[in-house]
Design a protein around this ligand. Structure first.
Ligand SMILES: *[C@@H]1O[C@H](CO)[C@@H](O)[C@H](O)[C@H]1NC(C)=O
Ligand SMILES: [Zn+2]
Ligand SMILES: [Zn+2]
Length: 348
């Protein structure tokens, strides 16, 4: 295979990975989902009915029902990256004199990340239950803008506490609902937002650290081989100095897997960094993604489809009071890590 074919395959695979990460990182309203929807609309008339029904079934199983598919995909990607790192990059870095301490950081991050990942997957996000709903109603006051007292869920038939929302995937109402994340197959709510944040941070650090170590290794290879000062003879028999393009091509052909992994990690890192920044911002201003969407007037996709749209789900944007929940950055953050408990108030 020549360089261009290999490079084309590489670009396509990386782009597919990016689209996957973006589309399914839990945001329902991302530009990628809109793009995908329009592609589906264009392709739909020219595909056979049975194929359409099959893909609808697959999409439904994947995104509208709880399933562990993305957890497996997650573990698979992680295993591939760590296998590649351990078998190729680790040895190279050792030979080039990198210390064991710096090379063990990715493994420590892996353990830390998996710990928070496990908590995200397993911990209850704050389900509203029949037994606890009376106490849960007192956790947050109704603001009268996005959340009104006296509304009950159409599906659970329980009163809706302020800041809660019904998750259609899990079929339950969740306190301080943020979003349903398919990567952890769980809702992110009152009790696990803290684990979700720590998980995102450690995942981002993990991708960044492996990318740095790998980039450092490739840089050493280039400097050490003297490739930058070399020259080559082109098709016309002329001496040509090697440019950056030549070096990249050389690296790609010599270490295809390592370069591939590096490209993937760099993209994942920047995507995650953006996502982490967004969620840190929300945590600091005491808002959930759900409230952020609503206060910007996005139409809520979780409204019950069979009933008339919930007027609470598509209010006019209210930019004047964007941070009305905030009580100071530190206190907001404190509330994420020590969420208020549902304690029953004595009714006289
Ligand atoms: C966060 O916002 C809710 C909104 O109802 C409020 O009750 C709570 O006190 C706020 N917390 C902080 C720390 O500002
Ligand atoms: Zn509900
Ligand atoms: Zn859910």
């Amino acid at each position: 295979m020549d360089f261009l074919t290999l490079f084309a395959i590489y670009v396509v695979v990386v782009l597919t990975c990016i689209v996957l990460v973006c589309k399914y990182s839990g945001q329902q309203q991302s530009p990628f989902s809109m793009l995908l929807n329009s592609v589906v609309k264009v392709v739909a008339p020219i595909t056979p009915k049975c194929l359409q029904r099959f893909s609808q079934w697959v999409l439904h199983r994947l995104f509208h029902q709880r399933n562990n598919m993305f957890i497996y995909l997650h573990i698979l990607l992680e295993t591939v990256v760590y296998a590649e790192f351990t078998y190729e990059v680790f040895g190279f870095c050792r030979e080039m004199g990198a210390s064991l301490t710096s090379l063990s950081v990715p493994y420590i991050l892996l353990v830390v990340k998996n710990f928070f990942f496990y908590l995200c997957v397993k911990r209850d996000p704050g389900t509203v239950t029949k037994k606890k709903v009376a106490a849960q109603l007192h956790v947050y006051p109704y603001d009268g803008k996005l959340f009104h007292p006296g509304v009950s869920c159409q599906t659970c038939h329980l009163a809706k506490p302020a800041r809660s929302k019904h998750c259609r995937v899990c079929n339950r109402c969740v306190q301080r609902f943020d979003h349903h994340c398919v990567w952890v197959n769980n809702c992110i709510g009152l009790k696990n937002t803290r684990y979700f944040l720590l998980y995102l941070f450690s995942l981002c650090a993990m991708a960044g650290d492996i990318a740095l170590l790998t980039g450092d290794m490739l840089l050493h290879v280039v400097l050490w081989s003297g490739l930058l000062r070399a020259s080559y003879v082109d098709d016309h028999g002329q001496q040509q100095p090697t440019g950056p393009l030549f070096v990249i091509q050389h690296l790609f052909l010599t270490f295809p897997r390592i370069v591939f992994m590096l490209g993937f990690l760099v993209f994942v890192f920047f995507l995650l960094a953006g996502y982490v920044l967004f969620h840190s911002y929300l945590a600091l201003v005491n808002q959930t993604s759900n409230e952020w969407y609503k206060s910007r007037g996005y139409v809520c996709q979780h409204c019950h489809p069979t009933t008339t749209p919930d007027p609470l789900c598509s209010p006019a944007p209210d930019h004047s009071k964007r941070h009305y929940y905030s009580r100071g950055l530190l206190k907001n953050l404190g509330e994420i890590f020590f969420p208020p408990q549902a304690v029953k108030k004595k009714d006289n």
